[in-house]
Design a protein around this ligand. Structure first.
Ligand SMILES: Cc1cc2nc3c(=O)[nH]c(=O)nc-3n(C[C@H](O)[C@H](O)[C@H](O)COP(=O)(O)OP(=O)(O)OC[C@H]3O[C@@H](n4cnc5c(N)ncnc54)[C@H](O)[C@@H]3O)c2cc1C
Length: 573
């Protein structure tokens, strides 16, 4: 039956009773040319038929349908091979949608030589593992080695069906938005249900709650959480929150690019490393829809993809990653550096890397606080995008983060208006993004404009905009306002421990020297190392460091370099 297109179940006469009871994982192949489709399936079955079911489909739609059916039955899918040139859905579009159904399946694209450019692009768009050139003869040389390595990768990963979290809420409930944002940024798969819909109401009834307090979260283990706190939610959706020991070689505080970079290098070089993150790994970069200037990704990479890879890489090397742990204090006792958490507990280490980055500044205009999370969002463009379809959106800010959000939201919104205080974007946005913004008709840029007031009872309804040159005001209807107005380091908790500049950024290395001498109280004969703070053994990397570059690449680089200095420090301890 495998020769029939889109036949997910293996009903071959020789399939044993045992394998029917526990179906073999599937390898799915999709090609619109029936001859090619049959030939791929034949070659795959010859080599893998004993351990895997070969499922083939002759269009992207049929392939997706087969995947959905398998998903409903709880079947495993190991590898998906798709032809690039197909009518309606091409191979990349098909794989992109297939990822939503089976995110753990390994993916390969079948291409003609002329289409290798598209295949390379797909490496970033759909996190493609391989592309295979047609014809693949002899399969022993060209097909099987690739599929073997895909299967190997799939087998070594946790390929169990992804447990699903259900969130029932309302789009104008601020806490519902925060919970969705938290799950999305931590890459926890979830399904969203509105209490306005039948299914949402049924879920509330099943959970025996009236929906007065939202959101209601049904965790994969069946637990019903009403308006849960982030630590509570984290512990139910499989995110680690508790350290495995109380003493480490290295504690990294902050899970953005700098912290993840430090964790990868620290753990890979044999340091007992723990990374502690307040909200979600990825930091600011995790909220970026497309980072286009990071080395090695010529077609850009989404912050979520970069974060997912970095986190897996750090964990592969043995780094512990704790989320929802807010660090509120740093104490120095002899050679131990103790990090205190908001709940009163603590862990210690020989060394610490501060990688706490920066946080968005709040928009202080009148009325904004009342509707924050209910139409006004700080950096949540990715999570809220689906709610913004066909809406008129406003974005405040003139830097790259605002430009990226505009480009991303313009894919679905009716219009996107960027409000910039200065008279030109050129002062704050990269040239390549300005070009993109200018080429999208749905995006308008209003320079010399600021938000004077926000209005709304249940949610944002109107904005008053002020021309900063003339003082003229205009009130416009608005349901969504995304704010990207610069950021500040939140380092008050470090005030009595390390030296900071007037804005709260942590001083390190040469920036600490006064007339060529280390700061008062510096206890060692040598001056502070390049990324070392005013406390020996406490290093700083990324955006939180005074005079840092505020870029993903430099943050990652500083994380790696700080680890090198940690080794130097430990050698002399
Ligand atoms: C939307 C957006 C798009 C961007 N696009 C680009 C781009 O295209 N290219 C580019 O080069 N740069 C870009 N940037 C800038 C880039 O993301 C930052 O420079 C980079 O993320 C800095 O990394 P970091 O690790 O130093 O800090 P952050 O990314 O700010 O991460 C710091 C982390 O520390 C955590 N933390 C803070 N305090 C504590 C605490 N007390 N306890 C525990 N955890 C704590 C935070 O929750 C956060 O996760 C963008 C930024 C934004 C916001």
């Amino acid at each position: 039956m495998d020769d029939a297109p889109a036949a997910p179940a293996d009903s071959r006469p020789d399939a044993s009773q045992e394998s029917r009871a526990r179906p073999r994982p599937a390898i799915v192949t999709v090609d619109d040319d029936p001859d090619v489709s049959r030939a791929v399936a034949r070659d795959l079955r010859r080599h893998y038929g004993e351990n895997y079911r070969i499922v083939r489909a002759e269009s992207g739609e049929a392939g997706l349908e087969a995947l959905r059916e398998m998903k409903l039955r709880g079947d495993l899918v190991s590898v998906i091979l798709a032809d690039y040139r197909m009518p309606q859905l091409n191979g990349i579009e098909f794989l992109e949608r297939a990822m939503d159904i089976y995110p753990g399946a390994r993916r390969a694209l079948l291409t003609a030589y002329a289409d290798t450019g598209a295949a390379i692009e797909a490496i970033n768009v759909v996190d493609l593992d391989y592309y295979l050139l047609k014809p693949w003869d002899p399969p022993e040389e060209k097909l099987y080695p690739v599929v073997d390595s895909l299967l190997q990768a799939w087998l070594s990963s946790d390929h169990k069906p992804v447990p699903e979290t259900k969130v029932v809420g309302h789009r104008w409930s601020a806490r519902s938005s925060e919970v969705r944002e938290f799950l999305a940024r931590n890459q926890v798969p979830y399904k969203w249900f509105s209490i306005d819909d039948q299914v949402g109401r049924e879920l509330l009834a099943a959970a025996q709650t009236d929906g007065q307090r939202l959101p209601v979260v049904v965790a994969p283990d069946g637990a019903v959480l009403i308006e849960p706190s982030e630590p509570d939610l984290a512990s139910h959706v499989g995110l680690a929150t508790t350290p495995s020991t109380d003493f480490y070689d290295l504690i990294v505080i902050g899970g953005g690019p700098a912290g993840l970079g430090a964790a990868v290098y620290g753990a890979s070089e044999g340091l007992r490393t723990v990374l502690v993150e307040r909200t979600a790994t990825g930091g600011q970069a995790g909220q970026s829809s497309r980072i286009e200037n990071y080395l090695g990704f010529p077609d850009g990479v989404s912050g979520a993809q970069l974060t997912d890879r970095a986190r897996r890489q750090a964990q592969k090397f043995g780094a512990e990653i704790l989320t929802t742990r807010d660090v509120t204090g740093l104490e120095v006792t002899g050679s131990a550096r103790t990090v205190h958490f908001a709940d009163g507990s603590s862990i210690s280490a020989h060394t610490v890397i501060l990688a706490t980055g920066v946080a968005y500044r709040k928009l202080t205009a009148e009325g904004v606080a009342n509707v924050t999370g209910r139409g006004v969002f700080y950096g949540s463009a990715l999570t809220e995008a689906t709610s913004c379809i066909d809406e008129d959106i406003y974005i405040v800010g003139g830097a790259n983060s605002a430009g990226q959000a505009a480009v991303y939201l313009a894919k679905g919104a009716r219009s996107v208006t960027i409000l910039v205080r200065s008279d030109s974007l050129a002062k704050s946005m990269s040239h390549y993004l300005i070009e993109q913004v200018e080429n999208i008709p749905a995006i308008k840029v209003r320079t010399c404009t600021e938000v004077a007031e926000a209005y709304g009872t249940d949610h944002l309804e109107r904005l008053t905009l002020r021309n900063s040159m003339t003082g003229e005001t205009e009130t416009v209807p608005a349901q969504y306002l995304f704010v990207f107005i610069g950021a500040a380091p939140l380092t008050e908790w470090l005030a009595d421990v390390v030296e900071r500049d007037d804005h709260g950024f942590v001083l390190a290395g040469p920036d600490l020297l006064v007339d060529g001498r280390p700061p008062a109280g510096w206890p060692l004969d040598r001056p502070p190392y390049h990324l070392e703070s005013s406390v020996p053994g406490v290093f700083v990397a990324g955006d939180v460091r005074a005079e840092s570059a505020k870029r993903v690449a430099s943050a990652v680089g500083e994380g790696a370099m700080a680890v090198m200095l940690v080794h130097r420090y430990l050698e002399k301890l």
